[in-house]
Design a protein around this ligand. Sequence first.
Ligand code: BDR
Ligand code: CA
Length: 317
Amino acid sequence: MSDAPRRILLDCDPGHDDAIAMLLAWGSPAVDLVAVTTVAGNAGIENVTRNALGVARVAGIAGIPFARGASRPLVRHVELAPDIHGDSGLDGPALPEPALELDPRHGAQLIVDTVMAADPGEITLVPTGALTNIALAARLEPRIVPRVREVVFMGGGVGGGNWSATSEFNILIDPEAAHIVVNEDWPVTMVGLDVTHRALATPEVRARIDGVGTAPARFVGELLDFFGVTYLASQGFVHPPVHDPVAVAAVIDPAVLELRAAPLDVELSGTLTLGMTVADLRAPAPEGHRQRVALGIDADLFWDHVVDALERIGDPA
Ligand code: BDR
Ligand code: CA
């Protein structure tokens, strides 16, 4: 396989950890960020889109399209996460005015166009919010399915949830979309709470980020300050888990995660278990099974990649 950077489209709802995912994707030489789409989730679509453009300015991201995507889940009412991310979706640091113009296309259309314009097997989709746009894109243009190299999403988990006892936020707010995405015939990797709850912004991690000494690194520090307070208050974490960049890191470096092939589905009819991601780990999956779940993480290596990306981004002009 070639060592050329993996071309990724980030579909996100910034969101503190989404913002860090965007910085990691932009700064890492192992991936080529080709487009960003937004989806309602941590905050409403206008806020998360505005936040994405603000983060782009902080990181000096230019020359790629950003498009606003779905304003609500496929079937259900919008559910936001102000207790974790604040009312803006990105409370804490001051955000600069955007420098980029929003692409006029719907996010789902940009996903379709990006995949169809690239060679088959070239584009990896990395969703770090509800899977609404990815599901819409697959329905809008089914020919993208065999052309996508892989979908690597942050969401779900095999060992319990964070928005209900069984279910994780990104999946629970749009379970129908998640059901579509894990059941489409493309390779799909679930980067769930089993690993992201171990990607903690400890004081040692904070010291490394602070040591970078650039404006984007200070921005990340301020994101983590806010995230740390809300995660302690709402979920009892002493150090906040930084979910979304783990999905990006999984594409950057296969050594970050321990993955296991397993049949995977999303519960749509449970009364207590709506949105649960169910992986069948009873026996090895058949050779070539297209669904994988993350079960282990090298957290030090993960943070090495985040710090390296920040160092490479430097202080954008
Ligand atoms: C996920 O939910 C969101 O609040 C975060 O941005 C992350 O994508 C974690 O459950
Ligand atoms: Ca997110």
